[in-house]
Design a protein around this ligand. Sequence first.
Ligand SMILES: *Cc1c(COP(=O)(O)O)cnc(C)c1O
Length: 425
Amino acid sequence: MTDVFQPGEDFARQLDAEDLLRHFRDRFHFPRRPNGSPYHYFCGHSLGLQPKAVRHLIEQELDDWARLGVEGHFEGTTPWYSYHEIFRDNGARLVGAQPGEVVMMNSLTVNLHLMLATFYRPTGKRRKILVDSPTFPSDLFAVQTHLRHRGADPANDLLVARPRSGEHLLRMEDVETLLNTHGHEIAVVLWNGVNFYTGQLFDLQLLSEIGHAHGCVVGLELAHGAGNVVLQLHDWQVDFAVWCNYKYLNSGPGAVAACFVHEKHGRNLDLPRLAGWWGTDPHTRFQMEDGDFKAQPGAEGWQVSNPPIFSLAPVRASLALFDAAGMPDLRAKSEKLTGYLHYLLEGQAAKAFEIISPARLEERGCQLSLLVHREPRKLFDALHGAGMLCDFRAPNVIRVAPVPLYNSFEDVWMFANTVKTLSMS
Ligand SMILES: *Cc1c(COP(=O)(O)O)cnc(C)c1O
């Protein structure tokens, strides 16, 4: 791959000219620097940019509310009563699921709680939850909560797979060894599709296979995976997955999140869950006198409350863009875009910083994490001053994510060139 790239700026322009997805950039708002020029934006891993179509979709709901009041539930342009159903197909397509396996609801951590309430069922010796490290604090808190609620002890029953000492990435062979040793004690494997810190992408099919071979439930945390890499959640037999829609999915701060429940569980209406009225059959939802919860089939049966329509509307704009571009084409561009960034930075890396994300493109998504050896904060601030928006993870990591929907090869070249100039000064 590397040898197909060239160092000059002309080459970036040529790659942009050849890029069939380049027009998607015009569908987004770019934040501007104090001098009025747009930032080079590399924070899709944290908060994706606003699609221009979002405003109209929210305004439509404001208008329907003003115009119709309560009747908007059934008479609205897109009736609120069934609003979540419009994501059945495109939500599923995004992650390789079947219609009915994905629902947009709540926020990520709340969905993780709902999934653990159903799928963490400690019995006998099988009481542990296995997570990968570094673990995002919110995920860790959720896991600790469920261990405690079920009388397990986080000190013993939380297993953390860590990189070998002196290394930053997890080796799949070590994960296999860990499962061979402890598999029979593990109730749930909860794994990041793409790790938020290192950007490492795991072989999720293999993980699902070995987890299941040991009798574990396999759940995925896809905050950094959905909209970033190609997923086949249904075929991989993943039991459940959760993700947020505000990172690679560009649906706005605190946007309504997503939840995947495999059909094999979605059909099991007796699975215990933290139920609410939105998870019941919509035809009998208002029959208040019948005190029994009857789950509707599929992921929608885990809904609790009626959804916040204004926070759900942006997801429509987002998924329309993902459908128009298609995940396979986005991933193909992403491999090239991040490959180009890797190529340009690698040449300068040795002294100033080290790229801790995987070098092989099959093992990473958009993001590269740079571990900066000297004065990392100073380099980060200088990048910001030069119009590069990336993010900083204390004590010394800069995360940069060129995303295929709105970043250009020219953006990437500018970033690498700025790092070069700053490291020399
Ligand atoms: C972004 C992120 C979260 C955020 O959780 P919210 O419930 O959306 O606030 C949790 N876990 C991981 C791994 C993340 O990357």
